[in-house]
Write a protein that binds this ligand. Structure first.
Ligand SMILES: NC(=O)c1ccc[n+]([C@@H]2O[C@H](COP(=O)([O-])OP(=O)(O)OC[C@H]3O[C@@H](n4cnc5c(N)ncnc54)[C@H](O)[C@@H]3O)[C@@H](O)[C@H]2O)c1
Length: 384
């Protein structure tokens, strides 16, 4: 299939690698000639690395790289059967691009966006034929992360969803279908992992190292929340938190924190800037966690119940199926277990009581128990 990708940054070049490896003809376009040149170098090095690791032969690596056409001319996208947009996260810029693309391509070219936080409906509204627009949301790094969220807009042709689903499966990725709502599945359900961890820090219950240690040692998470935020970068992670909050009409449960906002304002973005919650200077002191088992258990349980509650609420509001919500968190952000399965194991009545206790203590909306948990408890049922 002839696939065009717009935007040759971190996501666009990763997606190009995925698609060419799956046997497609790929044209990678960027309006910035320097970006396209850089993407070429990165992709070449990437394929070389795969060959050195024995994942592909040196010949294959060369063929794959040769099959990606790099261009800074938008007109070259005209024969594409599918275009995936991965440019800057700005609604007006994306709408403008979709208008241009539509004037260029054939009637039945599918137009997809890799947006993380914008509404697919608003991007599609820029097109004459909005029924051809869909969200195809990859995770970073695209070649390594198996999950792809598919997000039909209200305007999307329902037949397009199953068509794109089988395309994504052919790319050896795992598609899940999500409603066009802020954060889709992963970026919504994951919010408490960061938000509740910061809240625990702000209350002075424990420091970053202790909270991270609780989540990795007791929860089996690959990284603790502060390590992960520093890794993602506070410029990205804070912005997503703020966008999700605004887009949810300021639902207080998604309220961002001043702690992270100040890091963002100070330019303490995390690993990439050398400082975030942790200091990455070579001679910086390594913070040691408090390994008190009771404290670790309190922290772990508090963050976990918030995650399970958010997963439950996403199901309650039909954002996706239970299976897709669990698959999304395991394959999009490497959670050790699906959160709804985890909730079943934790016990739903137990979960409801824990949340109610938090709610009664704080009188804050963020701790409100999802009605689906109450319903299941009443009926003595589980998610699975
Ligand atoms: N980085 C992530 O972790 C991640 C994960 C999933 C989705 N996304 C989404 O993917 C998209 C791209 O993110 P990224 O991190 O790759 O960004 P990036 O900044 O690395 O790359 C964006 C590229 O788009 C190019 N560009 C900007 N405007 C353009 C235009 N009008 N026409 C053509 N090219 C243009 C830029 O020159 C740049 O090379 C965003 O919508 C983002 O929300 C990002």
């Amino acid at each position: 299939m002839k696939i065009g990708i717009v935007g040759s940054g971190a996501m666009g070049s990763g997606i190009a690698q995925v698609l060419v490896t799956a046997g497609n003809e790929v044209l990678l376009y960027d309006s910035n000639p320097i970006a396209i040149e850089k993407a070429g170098q990165i992709l070449e090095a990437q394929f070389q690395k795969l060959a050195e690791k024995g994942k592909v032969t040196f010949e294959e690596a060369e063929t794959y790289f040769d099959k990606i056409r790099l261009s800074d001319k938008i007109s070259e996208l005209k024969d594409s059967e599918l275009i995936i947009e991965a440019i800057v996260e700005d609604l007006e810029t994306k709408k403008d691009l979709f208008q241009k693309l539509e004037s260029l391509v054939s009637e039945d070219c599918i137009l997809a966006t890799n947006t993380s936080s914008l509404s697919i409906a608003s991007i599609a509204s820029a097109c004459q034929k909005p029924e051809r627009v869909i969200g195809i949301h990859f995770f970073n790094p695209a070649p390594l992360m198996a999950l792809v969220e598919l997000i039909p807009a209200v305007q999307t042709d329902p037949d397009l969803v199953s068509k794109v689903k089988s395309l994504v499966e052919n790319w050896k990725k795992l598609p899940v279908i999500a409603k066009d709502t802020p954060g889709f599945i992963v970026n919504r359900v994951a919010r408490p992992f960061y938000g509740e961890a910061i809240r625990i820090l702000e209350e002075g219950v424990a420091d970053c190292a202790t909270i991270d240690f609780a989540m990795t040692s007791l929860g089996g998470f690959k990284m603790g929340p502060f390590q992960l935020m520093d890794f993602i970068g506070h410029d990205v992670n804070y912005r997503v938190t703020e966008t999700v909050f605004k887009e949810f009409f300021y639902d207080p449960k998604f309220k961002p924190s001043f702690t992270q906002k100040r890091l963002f304002e100070a330019g303490y973005f995390g690993r990439k800037s050398g400082k975030g919650f942790y200091d990455y200077a070579q001679n910086a002191e390594q913070l040691k966690p408090n390994e008190n088992p009771e404290l670790l258990q309190i922290i772990f349980k508090r963050i976990l119940i918030m995650l399970m509650n958010e997963a439950a609420d996403a199901l309650f509001l039909n954002i996706a199926s239970a299976e897709d919500i669990d698959l999304a968190m395991a394959k999009g952000v490497n959670y050790p277990k699906g959160l709804l399965k985890w909730a079943d194991e934790f016990g739903l009545e137990n979960l409801q009581n824990e949340l109610d206790e938090m709610y009664h203590f704080y009188h804050e909306d963020r701790y409100r128990c999802s009605p689906i948990i109450r319903n299941l408890v009443k009926q003595n049922k589980k998610f699975y």
